[in-house]
Write a protein that binds this ligand. Structure first.
Ligand SMILES: NC(=O)c1ccc[n+]([C@@H]2O[C@H](COP(=O)([O-])OP(=O)(O)OC[C@H]3O[C@@H](n4cnc5c(N)ncnc54)[C@H](OP(=O)(O)O)[C@@H]3O)[C@@H](O)[C@H]2O)c1
Length: 254
């Protein structure tokens, strides 16, 4: 697939992976970059003036609908949605807090669903529409403290499986991204080792390569995602022994 002269909307493009994607894709395409932080979006625009910026919170369907009306007025169609906006909070089962699970579902999962709802009519006007959703390699294994985050990302991956069945007959291409660790604001507060961590620029390059190849599941870095997939395919008692040994509860009494 040629990735040029497309109209591409990227949510969560004010920082990290989304920002790196916006900068790289804007070289050959029209990019609409959205996020909540107007200050960060303005900085992006200073760096790459061709990028169109819009302030939109993915938990607010009206703001997403407004963004799509704006795209329609300016460009008449949308070739690609990259639903990237997301956030990560870890749980501590010793002081269980369901509001974390709610926030993860609201921003990560519903944010993706709302973005899709707003953009589908415009995507249907494109010759070869492409829906790209940001999941995580955490869906391949039940890692400690990732209950809420992984569940919100697993919901996205599963949603995309069914969406592929329903939208492919209409000529859509679908991709779901499962990255390992990327050095962004999201991972900066992580207080555990992050093997094979990569820069947002490198992650964006790998994502663009996967999109161009029309891969459904864009998994990287290979060594990590392969290891996690292998872990998931082991019997319960084996993998629960391994993941349990990584849990803080292995060192603390409940
Ligand atoms: N970094 C990693 O290791 C890693 C690994 C796997 C998956 N991911 C996923 O990759 C995506 C990007 O994360 P990142 O690592 O690049 O982190 P980041 O630098 O913190 O970027 C997150 C982006 O999402 C936006 N965002 C958050 N909540 C939003 C909301 N309610 N409405 C609109 N935009 C919102 C943020 O913009 P504003 O604050 O301006 O709204 C920001 O642009 C996320 O979905 C994350 O789960 C990251």
């Amino acid at each position: 697939m040629e990735l040029e002269n497309k109209v591409i909307w990227i949510t969560g493009a004010s920082s990290g992976i989304g920002r790196a994607l916006a900068v790289q894709l804007a070289q050959e395409n029209t990019v609409i970059a959205s996020g909540r932080s107007w200050e960060k979006l303005l900085k992006l625009k200073e760096e790459v003036p061709e990028i169109v910026i819009r302030q939109a919170d993915v938990t607010q369907p009206s703001e997403l609908a407004y963004t799509c009306r704006f795209i329609e007025q300016l460009f008449g169609k949308l070739d690609m949605l990259i639903a990237n906006a997301g956030h990560c909070e870890y749980m501590d089962v010793r002081s269980f807090d369901s509001s974390i699970a709610w926030r993860m579902m609201e921003t990560n999962y519903m944010g993706f669903v709302y973005s899709l709802e707003a953009s589908l009519p415009l995507l249907r006007r494109a010759e070869s529409p492409h829906v790209v959703a940001m999941s995580s390699s955490s869906v391949f294994a039940g890692l400690p403290r990732a209950e809420a985050y992984s569940a919100s990302k697993a919901a996205i991956s599963q949603f995309m499986e069914s969406l592929a069945a329903d939208l492919k007959p209409e000529g859509f291409t679908l991709s779901v991204i499962h990255p390992g660790f990327v050095d962004t604001e999201l991972t900066r507060h992580n207080d555990f080792p992050m093997p094979l961590i990569m820069t947002p620029d490198k992650a964006a390059k790998r994502i663009i390569q996967g999109i161009t190849r029309e891969q459904f599941s864009i998994d990287f870095p290979r060594a990590l995602t392969w290891l996690l997939r292998c872990l998931k395919s082991t019997p319960f008692f084996v993998r629960h022994r391994i993941t349990g040994s990584l849990s803080r509860n292995a060192q603390h009494e409940l």
